[in-house]
Write a protein that binds this ligand. Structure first.
Ligand code: SF4
Length: 285
């Protein structure tokens, strides 16, 4: 059983007042307590950005990778020890800018990971430059006359690239976010949650009141197993009516299930067996 105090580190969050990272982090800790995620069964990996501080405030096995490189580290961890719950925390710049290539291939391979996108619509740690998610025409520190780029749609990117669990949440709807994190973790395969996470300091468009007014949940009758409908609904991000919930879910073997050489065992335990490599070396020396 995991208690909230088990997850405590000596460091207190240093996010700005009102930052959407705070409820996202609390929702994750609530999920950890409910599910018994602890240092022995769970690893968290982050990239670089305001989101990355999360690993300092959460006492779980953790790794903070280079900018955009959380996914390669996480896939390595998962392949080495398939029994771990592996969570990747990444920002929209980190995930779709520096890490765009890694994201596409991790989706395609259906690695059994849960990726949680801290989507604040810009690069916040570096004080407010446009990211690949920043809307067209938006004024940011790096686009003072309006953003000339067309943004990526994170959900469409994930579904089109092969992710098998794709959802969107708003950070301050904590109870729903906690449940979504649990469902994403229980999914066997690549699960992705795009969390709308206000940056109160640098993004004056995507604020808490904005998301409170302009989001709604997908209908109860919505069927997330239809890929074409999921893509259509994922494109409904028109800034006045933003759907939340599980857009797409598909049952399919995860990458790690298909590694025949593991034979149902844990890879790092194989590494403890000593093997005589002298005949192999003799071929090349
Ligand atoms: Fe949060 Fe923005 Fe402050 Fe970063 S700069 S801690 S994202 S409010």
């Amino acid at each position: 059983m995991t208690k909230m105090t088990d997850l405590q580190t000596p460091f207190m969050p240093n996010w700005c007042p009102g930052c959407g990272n705070m409820p996202l982090w609390l929702a994750f800790k609530n999920a950890a307590v409910k599910q018994g995620w602890d240092n022995t069964n769970t690893a968290v990996v982050a990239g670089i950005g305001c989101h990355g501080h999360l690993v300092n405030f959460t006492k779980l096995t953790a790794f903070e990778g280079l900018h955009g490189r959380a996914l390669p580290a996480a896939t390595g961890i998962k392949i080495a020890n398939n029994s771990l719950n592996v969570f990747v925390f990444t920002g929209d710049g980190d995930c779709f800018g520096e890490g765009g290539n890694h994201f596409i291939h991790a989706c395609r391979r259906n690695h059994n990971l849960t990726v949680i996108l801290h989507d604040n619509g810009l690069y916040a740690l570096t004080t407010g430059q446009s990211s690949p998610i920043t809307p067209h025409d938006a004024k940011t520190k790096s686009t003072p006359f309006g953003n000339p780029d067309e943004p990526f749609n994170p959900l469409v990117m994930a579904i089109a690239s092969g992710a098998t669990f794709v959802a969107r949440a708003y950070a301050s709807n904590m109870a729903q976010l906690t449940e979504l994190m649990i469902k994403a973790n229980q999914h066997n395969g690549f699960s992705f949650i795009d969390v709308l996470q206000p940056c109160e300091t640098f993004n004056k468009q995507f604020t808490h009141p904005f998301f409170q007014e302009n989001t709604y949940y997908l209908e109860e009758s919505y069927d997330p197993t239809n890929r074409e409908i999921a893509l259509t609904r994922a494109r409904e991000f028109d800034l006045k009516k933003i759907p939340l919930g599980i857009f797409y879910e598909e049952k399919k073997p995860a990458y790690e299930d298909q590694l025949g050489y593991l034979n149902g065992e844990i890879l790092y335990k194989h590494g403890t067996q000593k093997r005589d490599m002298s005949s192999l070396f003799a071929k090349y020396i």
